[in-house]
Design a binder for this molecule. Sequence first.
Ligand SMILES: Nc1ncnc2c1ncn2[C@@H]1O[C@H](COP(=O)(O)OP(=O)(O)OP(=O)(O)O)[C@@H](O)[C@H]1O
Length: 724
Amino acid sequence: MAGALLDHLLRPNLLLCIDLILLSVIFCPVLTYSITDTEALLKLKKSFTGAEALDSSWVPDTAPCTGKATWKGLVCYNGIVTGLRLGGLGLSGKIDVEALGEIKGLRTISFVNNSFSGSIPDFQNMGALKAVYLAGNQFSGEIAADYFENMDSLKKLWLNDNKFMGAIPSSLAELTHLVELHLENNQFSGSIPDFNTPSLASLNLSNNKLEGEIPDGLSKFNASSFAGNAGLCGGKLGKDCDNQGSNQAIGSLNKKSGDDDDNSKKIIASTITIGVVLLSLVIWLIVRSKRKGDEDFNKLRKVTPDEASLEVHVTTSLNKKAEVTTADSVKKAVHSLSRSRGSSNGKGNCGMGELVMLNQEKGVFGLPDLMKASAEVLGNGGLGSSYKAVMVNGVSVVVKRMKDMNTKGKQEFDAEMRRLGKLRHWNVLTPLAYHYRKDDKLIVCEFIPKGSLLYLLHGDRGPSHLELNWPNRVKIVQGIAKGLAFLHAEFASSKLPHGNLKSSNVLLGPDYEPLISDFGFSTLINSANLSHSLFAYKCPEAVQFGQVSPKSDVYCLGIVILEILTGKFPTQYLHNGKGGTDVVQWVASAISEGSGIELLDPEIASSRSSLGEMEQLLHVGSACTESDPERRLEMTEAVRRIEEIAVLVLNQGGQKDDARAMQLLPSLRDGYADSTPVPATQTDHTVSLKDGVGAGDGEVDLAAGSVISGSGHQNGDNFAFPIS
Ligand SMILES: Nc1ncnc2c1ncn2[C@@H]1O[C@H](COP(=O)(O)OP(=O)(O)OP(=O)(O)O)[C@@H](O)[C@H]1O
């Protein structure tokens, strides 16, 4: 009886319990997970500084993964947060790893291109992570040897472009599922651990301080994966480790004793310094004695960028026409040159020693006019040095002293220059004049006040940079492509119709209509210097097999497109490969991951409605930089796809300018070779907000590509040159 009563009393409770259990089984996963993820994400957001971009969608009491209302930067699968893509949002502060750990479905995290700093976050207990992207931040310090011990699932690790130092963690070499590893542009040192990861397909360890032999497990990777580590040998580097005696000795000393290593490094540093000083002295003596032979012209030679820049007055206002003094040595040299040739009538005499006018649209002038001009150094590129000269009549020109241009006699040179001088296209900067002498050639072009795309993208971020909005960037890409396609049509039989397309050779008219310059020189430059002087020789087929073709120009176009879209300085512009961003690999990888949008320059990515077109253009840039020229886009196809995007952007951006549309339509209808004669210039010399752009002096040698940061000058204004 008591048992039955008890049974009676308990049964409803039991049923209630069962009901509760069932209810919790049915509902709890939904409630618990979504609430937990919501809370965890909000907690995470709280740890960031500058997370305003998330405010509108990361809203408390809403579920993070709900179709169109999914929170910004989340990747969801079946209502579960599986990925965080918080790249390029200007975030800094802390990453609350505890909060991250509460998001149980999380497999991929990306914080690329933000401003996080400090040591690597403690992700090591998040064993389920498959991909970690921290590239392009300010993370620093060493990573513990056992950091990756519990991260067995890790397939992709991108830590590049940070400030990590110390040894590459040995536990990394034990990750059996690793497919992509990017550690480039850090300060990792010591030897590379013995990798035992057959799955590894993409590796970049370049530009660190690694030394010793490349382990067998990594010997399949090309030299570029290890470039910029002076102490490495073996593998495909072509540097025999047996000849690395001293380096290896230093390497082993390194391991044995930190103090000894420091001393060795100091000794080497001192030896190198003394060597460099002695070498400079010898070079200086040789150059000096060589110069004695020709007092007339060689005064021009004396004007090294450094020397001349000392003569330039520094002004601080960007909006005022900068004040320049005459670079006396330029003047004197031109003067003595014209006098010695006895042809100084100043009106375009075509005789030896004079300027030969190719194109009279900016008027006719001669060496005496240049002699009277005030001058300043603009920069020193792979082809030579450039000077800006403002003539008395107010016309500003750029005089380029070409180096290594001795392949042709005067007549052939003249024929080539006249071919270039005949070109007329909105997007092509036709040379105005040239001067020929056996060992020296000058090429004169119109000066374009707004300066180069290189400066606008990566320079002082002044008012013109702000105008680099999405429609203007599309306009620039479109103009470059049209100008390039025009050259391809005009010089259809040439191997390299342009040959040197890069952002410093894209000048911008007042309305951001681009003008491409420094083209058609491939047959004029000494063959031994081609690969050093022309950017087209940076394409993979030239680097590997010394082969170039019009497709090499397409590769250069692709680099410029990716540079414009990401706002990053391409590592390809640098000769030593140090610094910058390998935009080609970076973008290709992101596209394969479906995360290309994350790489967009945040300054344009905020135009949310245009993300689709931006992504399309990113694909075009990537297809142009395809390493196999056979699979790379044809010039015609590249232009067609760019034009399609440009039309969409024009319609979207409300720039329904009829004239502009007319400019687009014929090329869409008639194919890319738009050779309609147009005025050679769109530049008004009387409006000079921003004269001259230079990257020549200071540490920056962008064309020569040897240094990645430093200072240059802009019409006498010193500017810092941050490589973004
Ligand atoms: N016509 C021009 N108007 C305004 N700025 C110019 C002009 N030509 C060159 N510049 C700027 O002067 C600087 C030096 O140019 P220069 O052509 O000598 O070197 P580069 O473009 O860096 O390399 P390369 O020698 O390979 O062309 C660059 O910043 C360039 O953009």
